[in-house]
Design a protein around this ligand. Structure first.
Ligand SMILES: [Zn+2]
Length: 404
């Protein structure tokens, strides 16, 4: 009899678990759709998306703090307290998305259309899908009544795609309020590869200045486009001092926008070039600026009319977390990763360095449709993601009373 009763209980528990999971996944899908529908491109800001998250946490009995500035910019942060016996974990997401672009989408970018197990929309993978899975994992754990031994902090911030304003605000506001942490997990879509190294972003604008003149008398003016051409010819020879990173290779430089001239019959007095430099650990940004100034000086020595200046548009440092540190090893063992990864793109990750803890980039979904038309996420991937996030949390916050 005891055997039959145990079997019945096991079957019932299994049935109950699968029913609860189905409910949770339905809720996660609805959450993801609301996140996508809350357009968080730069013009619209992140407030609507932050509100979706705040309300979702509130509905599930979790308090969160929404901070709002400049009208529609926003961060939202939830701090789940524990017994405090272990170090906490900070999970970081970004709320903003890139614009849908000029190309026609099959599914409208903010409709969150569902088809064949996929949810389409801007931000589906980068990174509202990962965010929905992470929130679901956190809510599930809290609702299960598990006694966490380490705090969980969830921070969703503004402006990752543009100026990282949200992460700067978060770090300055929360630096002194956070518990001791084991580390920071930036939950960008990496298909659960553990990224510990990535290149930095160093965007520069060079402006050359000249003097306008009638197009029929160019000798009486100073053509800013000519000056820019001279500068760009020299800049493209720059090899960043041959600094080469064992995993990331060399820095790269791409001149991605040049603007000058107002009329076909006027010699232009201003030319601007926007330059996208991706740096590797080991190079100081100051070295690059010094090199540009050196080129200006050489060109000015050859031609006294040459006049140029350089300004920094964006500066995201490179990331290089020690692969041998306990935090990285524990993340790898929690998710079964045998090695860490280095990538060429940048994230907000390095800005958390000020907190003084190791940082990894690791989240659900592959990023192959990021920033593209008809961006989508496979819903089954998000389901798996919920379990992986729970495993990571369990690994850092084991409890004796329940299993997670
Ligand atoms: Zn992203």
């Amino acid at each position: 009899m005891a055997g039959i009763s145990t079997t019945f209980n096991k079957n019932f528990a299994r049935y109950l678990f699968s029913w609860l999971s189905a409910v949770n996944f339905f809720v996660m899908k609805e959450l993801l759709k609301k996140l996508i529908q809350a357009d968080s491109t730069l013009n619209k800001g992140e407030l609507a998306t932050a509100e979706v998250i705040r309300k979702h946490f509130e509905k599930n009995g979790i308090e969160s703090e929404l901070s709002n500035w400049d009208g529609n910019r926003a961060n939202v942060v939830a701090h789940i307290k524990s017994t405090g016996e272990k170090s906490g974990l900070l999970f970081a997401c970004h709320l903003d998305v890139v614009p849908p672009g000029e190309q026609q989408w099959k599914y409208p970018p903010f409709s969150a259309t569902e088809e064949d197990g996929k949810i389409y929309g801007r931000g589906a993978t980068d990174m509202k899908g990962s965010t929905a899975a992470l929130i679901t994992a956190i809510v599930d754990l809290v609702k299960s009544g598990v006694d966490l031994k380490g705090d969980i902090i969830f921070a969703a911030t503004a402006g990752e795609e543009t100026d990282s304003c949200g992460v700067h605000k978060f770090v300055s506001e929360y630096k002194d309020k956070l518990p001791e942490l084991a580390g920071v997990i930036v939950a960008e879509p990496t298909d659960f590869k553990v990224i510990t190294t990535h290149r930095g972003i160093f965007w520069l604008e060079v402006i050359t200045k000249g003097r306008t003149a009638h197009g029929s008398r160019p000798d009486t003016g100073i053509n800013a486009i000519n000056s820019m051409r001279q500068f760009l010819d020299e800049a493209q020879k720059y090899d960043f001092g041959r600094i080469e990173h064992p995993k990331l290779g060399k820095c790269s430089m791409s001149i991605n926008a040049v603007n000058a001239g107002e009329a076909i019959n006027v010699v232009p007095d201003r030319c601007s070039a926007k330059i996208d430099i991706r740096t590797v650990p080991g190079i100081e940004n100051r070295q690059i600026l010094d090199k540009f100034e050196e080129i200006f000086a050489v060109l000015k020595a050859k031609n006294k009319d040459f006049d140029a200046e350089v300004s920094v548009v964006r500066n995201v440092p490179a990331l290089e977390t020690d692969n041998e540190c306990d935090f990285v090893k524990q993340i790898c063992s929690a998710i079964g990763a045998i090695e860490t990864t280095a990538v060429g793109y940048g994230t907000d990750g390095p800005f958390f360095a000020e907190l003084g803890y190791p940082i990894v980039i690791c989240g659900v979904c592959d990023n192959s449709t990021c920033h593209q038309p008809d961006e989508f996420v496979e819903f089954n991937e998000l389901k798996k993601g919920v379990e992986v996030y729970k495993k990571i949390i369990a690994n850092f916050s084991q409890t004796d009373k329940h299993s997670v």
